[in-house]
Design a protein around this ligand. Structure first.
Ligand SMILES: C[S@@+](CC[C@H](N)C(=O)[O-])C[C@H]1O[C@@H](n2cnc3c(N)ncnc32)[C@H](O)[C@@H]1O
Length: 217
């Protein structure tokens, strides 16, 4: 997508304010759908997301992880979920928002999306143990206060098998000190087999951090 088109899509919402008022009602639905799908395509092309899909997923598969919990589902997470499914991971998804279920790609096995709040004890519909939890863009976008973040870490540690891995994607300026909270919860920073566990991006403030559940946590 060209730079010009990207900035237009980022800065201009045709469905806001006066533009919405002058559009015929019947046109709003299709325009809204197309607009949202363009936005999802733009977000899915952000460098940290492309990196997640093209570099981190192959690293994840080298860890031997099979059962994955993916926290926070939106339209722009579809390509990552589809690729994980094609790579043979058993993917479970969860989100606090009942509307999020519609964003689970139809090609994924049914019955593995569970409505849940990651800061609360996991509901019985989720398996007891995961090899890997991927929580990108949820800290700072819903799970914000230090006490909430601590609860989320505690519940995720509880869902990980001993030695299981947690990858957190976050923006430090939007969050409390997640590194300290992760350590307090019984996690330790670690690396992928062939890649550092901490990743940052020149183009944005987004970072990824990989943690392992301590055997005794
Ligand atoms: C900015 S989006 C990030 C989506 C996605 N994980 C990604 O890779 O970008 C934040 C998502 O987290 C979900 N969310 C916010 N608070 C949550 C909570 N307490 N438990 C589970 N999901 C939550 C929102 O509903 C939303 O879908």
């Amino acid at each position: 997508m060209g730079v010009l088109l990207k900035s237009i899509l980022k800065g201009l919402d045709p469905l806001k304010g006066s533009v919405r008022a002058v559009l015929p009602q019947v046109a709003l639905g299709p325009i809204e759908r197309n607009w949202k799908s363009l936005q999802a395509r733009r977000i899915a092309q952000e460098p940290d997301r492309v990196y997640l899909r093209d570099v981190i997923l192959p690293e994840m598969s080298k860890t031997g992880a099979r059962r994955i919990l993916f926290v926070g589902v939106r339209a722009y997470t579809a390509d990552v979920l589809i690729k994980m499914d094609q790579m043979g991971f058993e993917i479970w998804t969860t989100d606090i928002d009942p509307e999020a279920a519609q964003f689970v790609p139809k090609s994924l096995p049914r019955g593995r999306h569970v409505l849940a709040d990651i800061t609360a004890p996991p509901p019985p519909a989720l398996p007891d143990r995961f090899d890997f939890i991927l929580m990108n863009g949820v800290f700072g976008y819903g799970v914000n206060a230090p006490a909430q973040c601590a609860l989320a870490f505690g519940h995720m540690v509880g869902m990980l098998r001993a030695g299981g891995l947690l990858l957190v994607g976050w923006n430090p300026e939007r969050c409390p000190n997640l590194t300290a909270l992760a350590l307090d919860a019984g996690l330790r920073a670690c690396d992928f087999p062939d890649h550092p566990g901490h990743m940052s991006f020149r183009e944005s403030t987004h970072v990824f951090d990989l943690y392992a559940r301590a055997k005794s946590a």
